[in-house]
Design a protein around this ligand. Sequence first.
Ligand code: FES
Length: 165
Amino acid sequence: MTDHERMMERVDDIIAAYEAKPTALIMILQEVQQEYFYLPGAALLRISKKMDLALSQVYGVATFYKAFSLEPRGRHHVCVCTGTACHVRNSRSILEKLERDLKVERGHTTPDGEFTLETVNCVGACALGPVVVVNDKYWGHLTVSDVEKMVEAVKAGESTPPTAA
Ligand code: FES
């Protein structure tokens, strides 16, 4: 079985689990993204055919929500807050350190598919600034020298930051 066939089979299973109900489209897209860390075009096409929805409608939903990505994403999603409160507490240096250590520029994914580095304007935890959100966990009051420790902890699968929001 090819990778493509395997993907189609998995997408079909996800659609079947929701009985191909159009109202479940967002949930179906969420599950596909959990599986592949993004929404591959072939999967969106399959969803549109199997669920009898216009491809433009499927793409419309996939591009409307920021949580969905049409680009391959890494296993770990690292999001540096660059909002004002974090900016004044040196978030830029943290971002630059992450770019250097992970060898990836913001908005991109490492070639090994491990990390996607992004920025965001305020994650609503300004008192913890500067904040980096890794896989939905908040790392607060970070310093440049904490970055290495954080990356090692994430690689080791430790999901509990020292300061959780
Ligand atoms: S500015 Fe970073 S959490 Fe608000």
